[in-house]
Each structure stands twice: as C-alpha cells, then as structure tokens.
Write a protein that binds this ligand. Structure first.
Ligand code: GRG
Length: 303
C-alpha cells in the first residue's frame, strides 16, 4: 500500500509461516471433532479456525513471549486462545445481523457454509473454549498467571474492548464521530485484541506490569496502524487479494481514516503509527526486530 522502498521483512515472513503452522497444529489438537449430533458445531469451529488467516495475533503472542524465553508449548496455547477469540469475532461479524458477508479468508463464511444458528454457536463455543485453554495448567503451572491471562483476554474481548468497539461501529452511522471518537472505535474493535496478544507474551513470563504495558502500547499503536491499513485495502485492493469483500466502507458511507484524511494521508498516518509502535520496543534492542518488522508488515501488506 505504500510507495516507500520496501523494508526487508524476510525474517518476519519466515517466522510468521512457522508460527502459523504451529498455531494450526495447536488448534487442530485443541478442537477435536466430537461424535454425535453436536459434532456439527465442532466441524464449523474447525472450518473457521483451521487453515486460514494470516495468524498475526498468534505471531504477536509468540514473538512477545520469545523476548523473555517463554517455552513455545506455553505461548502457542495463548496464541491459539487469542486466535479462537479472533475467529469467533469474524464469524459473528460476518452474520446478516452485522456485516452480512459471504466471503472470508477466500471461502464461504461460516453461516453460508453451515447456517446462521450453527455460526452463532460456533462463535460462542470458540469464545468460551479460548478461556478453557488459558485456564488449563498446560498453559502455565502457576494459577496466578493463568488467572491473569484469563482476565487480560476477557477484558480485551468484552464490552470494554472488542465487543464495545463493534457496538460503536454498528452505531457509527447514527453518531457523529470526531477523530478522537474514530480512533477510540478502532482501538476498541481492533487494537485491544492485537494489544492483548502482545501483553499475554509478557504475562506468561511473569514480567512486571510496566513491561506488560510497554508491549500493550506497542500492540495498540500497531493495531491502529493495522486497522488504517485495512481501510486502505478496502479501497485499493480486491476480494481476490484479501479473501473478503472490499469497497464496503465507502458503500456503507462509513467514516474511516481514509474518508477523513484521503488515501495518502491515511497511509502516512499508518506508517507514523507503525514507527511509534516500534519505538516502544527500543529498550529490547535487537531482540525485538521481528516485532518491529511485524509493524511494518501491518502497513505494507496486500491482504
Ligand atoms: C462480532 C464481537 C464482534 C466483533 C467483531 C474483529 C471484528 C469485531 C470484526 C471483523 C471485521 C473487521 C474488519 C474487523 C477489524 C479488524 C480486522 C481488520 C480483522 C481482520 O483481521 P485479519 O486481517 O484477518 O488479521 P485474518 O483472516 O488474516 O486472521
């Protein structure tokens, strides 16, 4: 989406592929098919959660945890939990009552492949399973750390986070949002889940609150950059590239940073935010290079 010289993101790209594969394997093991008629909801959960998506949030959880040497067996469970919440949000967002989309990750949405009731249940079950995964001692032997992970993900997902942002988004047509209001909407809807993926890496390590916040601030800045890039892609990209419908914001008359600042202004702001995100990580030195490349990826990606 930018015309600046392309930064070398090859180390990030390689790690993203590796973490995506490991996340898929973890989700596959955590969501076994069940016998009996209720197996249909597990089929729909697996359809949503396996073999798709960029897996950026799992990458962020694992790469943040790697800063502190957290074993991958633990960080991958946190990564899978965040991805389950993300997949639930995509399933529900695609429903006719919300965004009413037929295409997601290049495939029919869950309610198109199955039916609306099954899609609602699959989303509900992915959301609840995420907390079961975090609460399991396999995620961390220390119950206090497990409780912190559960609290972090609950806060980021609920009315004070993603669900709250989605509510504002649904009401946006009837609200007059100024720039601060738009930023708040995007932070809640998109930023909170991206930020919590980063925070959970530090929580798994038992890092002090200030360090957890540092990674959270990186995640919020990069989440806003990611969302602005998404709004740019909604204008500049095609469904063949993104695997989902494009041109939806303009058709719905939705206020975005693109409608506010124009395409070039929005791209500039996204890059500024990615840089701001990366500056938060300076104290980690070279150890944070993959996370810094991830922020550049967020604003240069094509899907
Ligand atoms: C329904 C509670 C509820 C919340 C919905 C996340 C969300 C809130 C809606 C999804 C639609 C959307 C465009 C949200 C903004 C965040 C975003 C860009 C999500 C898509 O994330 P990617 O690009 O998706 O990381 P993949 O498929 O790569 O995982």
């Amino acid at each position: 989406m930018n015309k600046m010289p392309a930064a070398d993101l090859s180390a990030f790209q390689a790690e993203l592929v590796a973490i995506a594969k490991a996340t898929n394997d973890t989700l596959d093991a955590l969501l076994p098919l069940a016998p009996g008629p209720e197996g249909r909801v597990l089929e729909a959960m697996r359809y949503s959660a396996l073999d798709g998506g960029k897996r950026l949030r799992p990458f962020l959880a694992c790469a943040s945890a790697d800063l502190f040497g957290v074993p991958r067996a633990r960080s991958l469970r946190a990564a899978a939990a965040v991805e389950m919440v993300h997949c639930y949000s995509l399933i529900h967002d695609d429903l006719p009552a919300m965004d009413d989309d037929d295409l997601r990750r290049g495939r029919p949405t869950v309610h198109k492949k199955y039916d609306e009731a099954t899609a609602i249940l699959a989303g509900d079950a992915l959301l609840t399973e995420a907390f079961a995964v975090l609460a399991d001692p396999a995620t961390h032997p220390d119950g206090e750390i497990r409780a912190k992970l559960v609290a972090e993900l609950a806060r980021a997902s609920g009315a004070a986070g993603m669900v709250g942002g989605q509510m504002i988004d649904l009401m946006a047509a009837t609200l007059t949002l100024d720039d601060a209001g738009l930023k708040r909407l995007q932070n809640l809807k998109t930023g909170c889940i991206i930020a919590v993926a980063c925070r959970m890496g530090a929580v798994l390590a038992g890092a002090p609150a200030a360090t957890v916040d540092l990674l959270g601030n990186y995640g919020m800045d990069m989440g806003l950059a990611f969302q602005i890039a998404d709004d740019v892609l909604d204008v500049e990209s095609t469904a063949a590239e993104t695997g989902k419908a494009t041109g939806k914001d303009a058709a719905a008359g939705k206020a975005t940073f693109v409608s506010r600042l124009g395409l070039e202004g929005a791209k500039k702001l996204a890059h500024q935010l990615a840089e701001q995100a990366n500056n938060q990580l300076n104290s980690f030195g070279n150890k944070a290079v993959l996370l810094q490349q991830a922020a550049m990826f967020a604003v240069t990606r094509r899907n």
